[in-house]
Design a protein around this ligand. Structure first.
Ligand SMILES: Cc1cc2nc3c(=O)[nH]c(=O)nc-3n(C[C@H](O)[C@H](O)[C@H](O)COP(=O)(O)OP(=O)(O)OC[C@H]3O[C@@H](n4cnc5c(N)ncnc54)[C@H](O)[C@@H]3O)c2cc1C
Ligand SMILES: NC(=O)c1ccc[n+]([C@@H]2O[C@H](COP(=O)([O-])OP(=O)(O)OC[C@H]3O[C@@H](n4cnc5c(N)ncnc54)[C@H](O)[C@@H]3O)[C@@H](O)[C@H]2O)c1
Length: 476
């Protein structure tokens, strides 16, 4: 399949993608000749440069302003508050860009056994890659951590005033009127950010928001979110016309919307096509991600391809950084184990077997969930119960004057194991963790609430009360 006549450059290990893949070269791999290949606009992958980290650095000031605006109901009188987009943007990227740049410098010249290749590559053999400039790289072991990219909408292709999350935080000026297209986590987080900064935001989605989540969580998000930005769910853009000011969007109910700019946040596509992994015959799932086995080995005709592993968004059903990081830990162990097995030594591959995956949305309101809703648990054949604890039923909820937030628990009646937890409200990503811990270790909720102190009147009493309710319910 090699089309280039360039001399072949041989490595022990090639890592494609310097996002989560960049954590793989550890001291244990110092004996290997390694190439790290990445064609990103910024070095270090999505999370650092255009994902988890900068978004949360924008969410925080937007939250502060929103809290001040809402503080009147707690008796706090405030003058008008505002946020300076350019100042926040420069603070965020003034911190992030140097981290990315020094990471790149270190990889380019910091270690004798590592070569950095800043080019796009494609597979031209199962252990061979060809770069855009025609270099041919070969290795015994290859890790594919190529990530995903924002999906484009046919009716609104990306351009100067139609952008994805990649550009959404680096805008020169914050547009006054923004349409945010999508009903998932990216759309939710950016609607909260832009509206906190004072833009007039209209979120458009073809179905209800957060369709995959517990119904009450999705409904409450829509209700509370609507207090800060406009939400139009169950609507599609049928036509988009560029105007002098921005865009006129025609919607499926025949109404029109005038905006200055559009953020398209309708999911992310795995980068397997850019790597030509279909052409070398690797297996793929329906959504285009690479198929892997329990050891993160890439499959071909259902069987693992020796020496080829994948991690993160390019092979995971969960496009989440904590999942990509754990995949990388498993792959790092398995690279060494595979080499030992090949040398006839006693070694075993490690399975990727962590418990339920937490999913958190840093919007206004925040959401944190894992596992099944009650209908999902019942459909899966569990004898399950569900309880709901409102924040407002605890002293912390009174302090917040909260009338919207809640925690729902789905518990298997017999074992007392938590099958799902669904929290919407302030600090829900933190409140989820004790529940996730119990579920991850298969711990019954029996005795969990009363077997430890819960500081009074902290927000964790919401979890304590939910557990007590669930314990009572499974005893009936
Ligand atoms: C706006 C936003 C906010 C997010 N917030 C969160 C959050 O709060 N919490 C959370 O858990 N997750 C969050 N995520 C998801 C998280 O960022 C991703 O799951 C994670 O970064 C994926 O890591 P990865 O290593 O798989 O891929 P990436 O970090 O994307 O790395 C892949 C790298 O491969 C390179 N590459 C791809 N194809 C080629 C090729 N052919 N040749 C050479 N190089 C190539 C790319 O340039 C890229 O640098 C967020 C995502 C976005 C977009
Ligand atoms: N806090 C976090 O953990 C966090 C934050 C941001 C992103 N992420 C990750 O990034 C990934 C991408 O996020 P996302 O919000 O872009 O995707 P998503 O899958 O969460 O939501 C996509 C939304 O776009 C809509 N949609 C899809 N195709 C469409 C089309 N053709 N026309 C109109 N609407 C369409 C869907 O109905 C859905 O509401 C997520 O899977 C998530 O795991 C995580």
């Amino acid at each position: 399949m090699t089309s280039s006549t360039a001399p072949i450059e041989e490595f022990d290990l090639i890592i494609i993608g310097a996002g989560s893949g960049n954590s793989i070269p550890a001291p244990e791999l110092k004996h290997l000749k390694i190439a790290i290949v990445d064609d990103g606009r910024w070095f270090g992958g999505t999370c650092l440069n255009a994902g988890c980290i900068p978004t949360k650095m924008f969410v925080r000031p937007a939250d502060l302003v929103r809290n001040v605006r809402e503080a009147g109901r707690l008796g706090v009188s405030t003058a008008e508050v505002s946020l300076d987009w350019a100042a926040v943007r420069d603070r965020v990227f003034g911190r992030i860009d140097p981290i990315s740049q020094s990471g790149e410098q270190y990889r380019a010249s910091g270690e004798a056994n590592i070569s950095l290749v800043r080019e796009t590559v494609r597979f031209t053999g199962m252990h061979e890659l060809t770069t855009a400039s025609g270099r041919v790289l070969r290795a015994t072991q290859i890790v594919i951590g190529g990530g995903s990219r924002p999906r484009e909408l046919e009716v609104l292709p990306f351009g100067e005033t139609v952008f994805s999350s990649d550009d959404a935080m680096r805008l020169e000026h914050l547009p006054e009127r923004i349409a945010v297209v999508g009903g998932g986590v990216v759309a939710a987080e950016f609607s909260a950010i832009y509206s906190g900064f004072g833009a007039h935001v209209t979120q458009l989605n073809r179905s209800e928001l957060f369709r995959g989540l517990d119904h009450d969580i999705a409904e409450t998000f829509t209700e509370v979110g609507s207090r800060n930005w406009q939400i139009r769910a169950g609507i599609e853009i049928t036509e988009a016309k560029q105007t002098a000011a921005g865009w006129t969007l025609t919607l499926s109910d025949s109404s029109t919307l005038e905006v200055d700019a559009v953020l398209v946040a309708v999911g992310r596509v795995p980068n397997s096509d850019r790597l030509a992994t279909p052409e070398v015959g690797f297996d793929h799932e329906e959504d285009g991600r690479l198929s892997v086995d329990a050891y993160q080995q890439v499959l071909k005709n259902g069987k693992p391809v020796g020496g080829v592993f994948a991690l993160g968004d390019i092979s995971s059903p969960h496009q989440l950084k904590h999942v990509a990081n754990h995949d990388a830990r498993v792959v790092a162990r398995n690279l060494l184990a595979e080499a030992r097995i090949a040398r006839g030594e006693d070694a075993q591959l490690t399975e990727n077997t962590l418990g339920p995956v937490p999913y958190t949305v840093f919007s206004a309101p925040e959401i944190a969930v894992f596992g099944m809703s009650l209908p999902e648990a019942q459909a899966a054949g569990y004898k399950a119960i569900e309880v709901r604890q409102d924040y407002g039923g605890t002293a912390w909820g009174w302090a917040l004057e909260d009338e919207d937030s809640f925690c729902k628990l789905v518990v298997e009646r017999g074992s007392g194991v938590i099958l799902g937890a669904h929290i919407i409200g302030p600090d829900s990503p933190i409140l989820l963790q004790p529940l996730l811990q119990a579920a991850s270790f298969g711990q019954s909720i029996r005795g969990l609430a009363r077997g430890q102190y819960w500081p009074h009147p902290a927000a964790t009493e919401i979890i304590e009360n939910a557990l007590l309710q669930a314990e009572e319910e499974i005893q009936k």
